[in-house]
Design a protein around this ligand. Structure first.
Ligand SMILES: [Zn+2]
Ligand SMILES: [Zn+2]
Length: 455
């Protein structure tokens, strides 16, 4: 049990961009050549890819046209193309000594007046015609209803403002203040990472960065650079608001990818994405997966392992023989709902979210099984634990090309796996009764990797 807990603790702080690193390469490179905006200049110190100069003739802040007198500048935090009056602020970024230019939105981060009121848990305004309305109609079918304690949130929003003016006092007065502060800091770091290219690519091309899969996908779907800048700012707001809303759960790495997908599906409407995020947490039980200590992560691994055993027995035998269990490869699948693009490209992830909002975790297990089934031949031909781990963690995207026909085939395959709630509940009961199972799995994993075990 000790070991299991240790692993879950580590998993919470794991950096998914590292884990998902090389796996998105194929997604990026295959589309970047088609997209002329895909290679970007960057300011060396902060490493944030800039919106290309030619992407906009007007300031992304005040919408006034650039001219000889109104020059183009880049926010070093989000890469936006802004005029000098919209980027007067300077901030220390990435722990750099000198301060860098930031746009007004990155400088402020505050929440507009009345936003909390606007975010009431009601259904009236949700007919945007976006993907979100479909997701939302599924949310509404689920029980139980979610209640938002608004007065409390107002108080925490006050804390957030207080924190900037008088940090010492704010830390003493507000409950959860320390954890919230840590979460805010982590969000600042992670927002850019969510959109960024993977670390391997950055190593390979020191000067010209390629954008991450989300940006490449959005540009290819005809979205503008202005949309992308809006997206980054919106992501930050949604995550900060969630921390204020539910500080005991707070921010868990992985949530950034989920919120980014929700924002895309909501046409970057913060309050829509925020509601969806809250719905995923409360109605789809994501909160028990990403709460501190990741309480349900091992259960998901256990359930997946049992399902692989049942549906793909040959593969299960092969993987078990080499000590490969879901905890070796599926933590990103659980914590980001496949949205880290470690395995599936953004198009597939959006379709997965359609299924997840409709069917919940059953559809997650089906997709996980479909991924393994697609990779089955290659996995069976691989005979060392290291090569298997490498394949599962880095090489899967090559098996899922961005192609509508393949996408349909993939979901047909996924739906062919029978996963019932009854089976999941049965495994859950089993998991509770034999809590030693998990540590056996974890121990096998560690002994195979030759890593030191915590006692
Ligand atoms: Zn401006
Ligand atoms: Zn900015």
């Amino acid at each position: 049990m000790m070991i299991a807990r240790k692993i879950t603790g580590d998993a919470r702080t794991r950096n998914f961009s590292m884990a998902s690193a090389s796996s998105v390469t194929s997604v990026n490179t295959s589309v970047s050549c088609k997209n002329q905006h895909a290679t970007a200049a960057t300011e060396e110190p902060t490493g944030v890819p800039w919106v290309p100069d030619r992407a906009s003739d007007e300031c992304m802040g005040c919408q006034v046209a650039f001219s000889t007198f109104r020059r183009k500048h880049h926010c070093r935090n989000c890469g936006a193309l802004v005029c000098s009056s919209c980027s007067r602020g300077r901030a220390r970024l990435n722990g750099l000594e000198q301060k860098s230019r930031v746009c007004d939105i990155c400088q402020r981060i505050d929440l507009p007046e009345g936003l909390w009121q606007e975010w009431k848990w009601s259904i009236e305004i949700l007919c945007s015609g976006s993907r979100m309305s479909g997701w939302w109609s599924q949310v509404l079918r689920r029980n139980p209803a979610v209640h938002m304690p608004f007065e409390e949130i107002e108080a925490r929003a006050e804390y957030f403002q207080e924190l900037k003016s008088q940090p010492e006092i704010a830390l003493q007065v507000f409950e959860h203040a320390v954890k919230m502060t840590q979460d805010f800091q982590q969000i600042e770091i992670d927002v850019e990472r969510t959109f960024g290219p993977n670390s391997l690519e950055m190593q390979n091309s020191s000067r010209s960065l390629t954008y991450g899969p989300l940006i490449v996908y959005a540009l290819r779907k005809g979205k503008t650079w202005k949309d992308i800048v809006t997206w980054k700012h919106a992501l930050r707001r949604v995550l900060i608001c969630y921390v204020m809303f539910q500080p005991t759960i707070g921010y868990c790495q992985g949530m950034d990818y989920i919120a980014a997908i929700l924002l895309y599906g909501s046409n970057w409407e913060c309050h829509h994405a925020f509601r969806l995020l809250v719905a995923l947490m409360e109605k789809y039980d994501l909160s028990s997966v990403c709460a501190p200590g990741l309480p349900l992560l091992n259960l998901k691994f256990y359930q997946l392992d049992e399902l692989v055993h049942y549906h793909l027995p040959e593969l299960h035998h092969h993987l078990s023989l080499h000590g490969i269990h879901p905890n070796t490869y599926a933590s990103g699948w659980v914590l980001t709902l496949f949205a880290s693009f470690k395995t599936l490209h953004p198009g597939l992830v959006l379709s997965f979210f359609d299924g997840f909002f409709a069917k919940g975790w059953k559809s997650w297990f089906r997709v996980a099984l479909a991924i393994l089934a697609t990779a089955q031949q290659r996995l069976l031909q691989t005979h060392t634990p290291t090569a298997l781990i490498e394949l599962l963690n880095h090489e899967l995207p090559t098996l899922f090309p961005e192609n509508d026909e393949k996408c349909r085939e993939f979901f047909l395959l996924a739906n062919h796996f029978k996963v019932t709630n009854a089976a999941l509940v049965y495994f859950e009961d089993n998991f509770d009764r034999n809590s030693t199972c998990e540590s056996t799995v974890v121990e096998t994993y560690y002994s195979n990797r030759g890593e030191a075990r915590a006692s």
